[in-house]
Write a protein that binds this ligand. Structure first.
Ligand code: SF4
Ligand code: SF4
Length: 254
């Protein structure tokens, strides 16, 4: 039975509930070859997880491990992981494998799947679709271990990342509408938005200096978490950007 209710171009078949074969591990011949010479986009939550994993500030992480890249629109850049060793390999790879495995970025945990999201479904819900990526160097597809998409996402703990990435996607959609009011790229509003999305420690200082949390009606339980939790602060930051850039979102002024 076909569980996909959306049409895709020929050659792009979402996996739906079908089973696929894949296994990765140190005993697979190609082990670590996918961690070299990568164009890997980092989402805001990826950066929060990685900088906390490395016990460095978000400024230090951005300076040492990222570069800017092109996004799907001209009004806000993408942030890319910078390769190390003359751009040969991921900076978090050592001779035994990934040194940040529990906090590896979304792209690494989703691979070999890719996710597409339909944000304008007819029945009022957001639909997601997963596609198989096959690179010639990856022998994991020849392994006999079987998965469904659901089992893979659970095993790789992708769902939580997707939830945060979907919040980011809403913000990026806002940026795609050029909300900078004629300031252009790199203007003060865009720099502030960049800080919220990619420099969570800088945003925390900004929020404290400007008593930002005091200006809005926030649940006391959320307020308590907000004080030292970067994930909660990122969620607040996304809502605050909606508020200041478009007068949208859930924040209500006191
Ligand atoms: S290339 Fe594929 S099988 Fe090999 S290490 Fe990477 S993900 Fe695993
Ligand atoms: S973060 Fe880990 S899994 Fe991802 S490319 Fe780097 S070493 Fe590989």
């Amino acid at each position: 039975m076909n569980d996909i209710d959306k049409q895709f171009p020929e050659g792009m078949e979402p996996l739906g509930k079908s089973v696929f074969q894949f296994r990765c591990g140190p005993d697979v011949e190609c082990y670590m070859s996918c961690c070299r010479k990568l164009d890997l986009i980092l989402y805001p939550y990826d950066i929060v997880r990685l900088k906390n994993r490395l016990s460095i500030s978000s400024e230090e992480f951005m300076r040492s491990h990222t570069r800017l890249g092109s996004s799907s629109h001209p009004f806000f850049p993408a942030v890319m992981l910078m390769m190390a060793d003359n751009e040969e390999q991921c900076p978090f790879l050592d001779k035994n494998g990934c040194t940040v495995y529990e906090d590896r970025p979304t792209a690494c945990r989703t691979y070999p799947l890719e996710r597409a999201v339909d944000r304008s479904p007819s029945r009022g819900r957001v639909n997601e679709y997963y596609f198989m990526t096959k690179h010639p160097y990856c022998f994991g597809h020849q392994e006999v271990k079987e998965w469904t998409v659901r089992a893979w996402l659970k095993d790789q703990r992708v769902r939580h990342y997707n939830a945060l990435n979907d919040l980011w996607a809403e913000i990026d959609t806002l940026f795609a509408g050029n909300p900078w009011q004629g300031e252009g790229a790199g203007g003060p509003r865009q720099q502030m938005a960049f800080m919220v999305c990619y420099n969570i420690d800088g945003f925390r200082r900004f929020a404290e200096e400007n008593k930002l949390f005091d200006q809005f009606k926030l649940e006391s339980s959320f307020l308590r978490i907000l004080v030292d939790d970067d994930e909660a602060l990122l969620k607040f930051g996304f809502e605050w950007l909606k508020y200041v850039l478009a007068g949208q979102g859930r924040l209500i002024r006191k």
